[in-house]
Every structure is written in C-alpha cells, then in structure tokens.
Write a protein that binds this ligand. Structure first.
Ligand code: IMP
Ligand code: MG
Length: 216
C-alpha cells in the first residue's frame, strides 16, 4: 500500500499551495447564491439587439466613409458619457484616418427628464478649425444638447461638420435639429444600455432596452 505523500489528507483529498495559501483539493464546492444582476436593477425590455446595432453601424460607417472620402483625418467627437460604446464600435468600422476626442455636457435635469440648459463640463482636447468633424451622440431627445454643441463647434470653423445619433426620438423634439445619420428612430420611451444610462446604471448592457417603470 502506497504511503501517503506529505500533505495528503483523508478521503483522497490533499493539500496544495497556491502562492502562499494552502488549499485543500478537491475543494468542497459550495453553491453560492447569485447576486442580483447589477446591470438590471429594474425591469428592462429588449428593444434593439446587439446584432441589430452592429449591422446598422456597419451600414452607417459605409455612408460616413463616402461622405468623408479623401479626408486626411476625421475628428470623431463623442458626447460623454452616453456615446462611449457607440463611438468605440463606430470608429472600428471606419476605414478612414480618425482622431477621437470627447466633449462632456450636462443638463440641469433629473434622471429621466432633460432640461433646456446645457453646460460644457469638458471641452475638446484638440483644435477643429479647418478639420473634418463628426459629432457622435447617443440619443437626440429634445435636441437641446446637440443644438448647443453644434453652435459651439460651428463657431470654431471646422471644414465640414456632420452629426450621427444612435437613437432619435423625433416626437420629443423641441429644438429644430436632426442628426445627419440616425441609427434607429424610437418612440417616446426611456431607454438604457449600449452606453446609455438610467441614473448611471445599465450602461454596460450590450443591447438597447426599454425601462419599465412601476407605473407603466
Ligand atoms: P436632449 O438635449 O433632450 O436631446 O437630450 C439628450 C440627452 O438626454 C441624451 O444624450 C441622453 O444623455 C439623455 N437622454 C435622452 N433620452 C434618454 C433615454 O431614453 N435614456 C437615457 N438618457 C436619455
Ligand atoms: Mg447624452
């Protein structure tokens, strides 16, 4: 009968060291209850799948390439924070020289209602005078944010200034503005995911979901 090697425990279990920690192996597997999904603290209904978003971005990228064909460099300006996932996927579909910059605005609103005042919290890093610029927005809702940002950027005299929004809620529009390219037109619902938040949550959902509030 083979003698037990140093470190062997009873019942075929033995002790190993992992770094400086002793572990009894095989470990007793304990079922740990899953924590509630942090990404979905409230009811969310899928509205646009990750696949649909990817296909739409591929098509839009083709149109943007045609519009900016021959550019030496396209400055892609993302509006923080909602556009960060969209801009990441979009620039990877663009066969152009791109530079990525960000601008951050805030409106004096609550989590689900936008206000009409727009403040610039973080300005662009680079100069856009004489440059080709594409502004990337997550959602055009009342339109005040995009209108304000465009007024600001136009004053800096870019060569060409175009806009793209992943989502458009035309029924909510107050400012007379429309992005040059739109991913999807949606009704007046509150959405999250793919970079878009509800009170800073759900940005990491890979799809666009509609939030179902308790009273809807
Ligand atoms: P606007 O100035 O009213 O067009 O507001 C645009 C901004 O409001 C967007 O960039 C979003 O950050 C936010 N927003 C508008 N609708 C929604 C929504 O359904 N979910 C999350 N954020 C939204
Ligand atoms: Mg936004």
């Amino acid at each position: 009968m083979a003698s037990a090697a140093p470190g062997d425990l009873a019942n075929g279990r033995f002790r190993v060291t992992v770094g400086r920690v002793f572990v009894d192996w095989p470990r007793k597997i304990k079922r740990i209850p899953r924590p509630p999904d942090e990404r979905c603290p409230h009811a969310i209904e899928r509205l646009i799948s990750a696949k649909e978003i990817a296909a739409r971005i591929e098509a839009l990228a083709g149109e943007i390439e045609a519009e900016f064909a021959g550019t030496d460099k396209l400055v892609v300006v993302g509006l923080l924070r909602g556009s960060f996932v969209f801009i990441a996927d979009l620039v990877r579909e663009l066969r152009l020289n791109v530079e990525v910059d960000f601008i951050e605005t805030s409106s004096y609103g609550d989590a689900t209602h936008s206000s009409r005042e727009v403040r610039i919290l973080k300005d662009l890093h680079g100069d856009i005078a004489g440059r080709d610029v594409l502004v990337v927005e997550d959602i055009v809702d009342t339109g005040h944010t995009l209108a304000h940002v465009l007024t600001l950027l136009r004053a800096r005299k870019p060569r060409k200034l175009r806009t793209i929004a992943l989502l458009d809620k035309p029924s909510r529009r107050e400012a007379p503005i429309r992005a040059d390219w739109i991913g999807f037109e949606i009704p007046d619902v509150f959405v999250v995911g793919y970079g878009i938040d509800y009170a800073q949550r759900n940005r990491n959902l890979p799809y666009i979901g509609k939030v179902r509030f308790a009273d809807t």
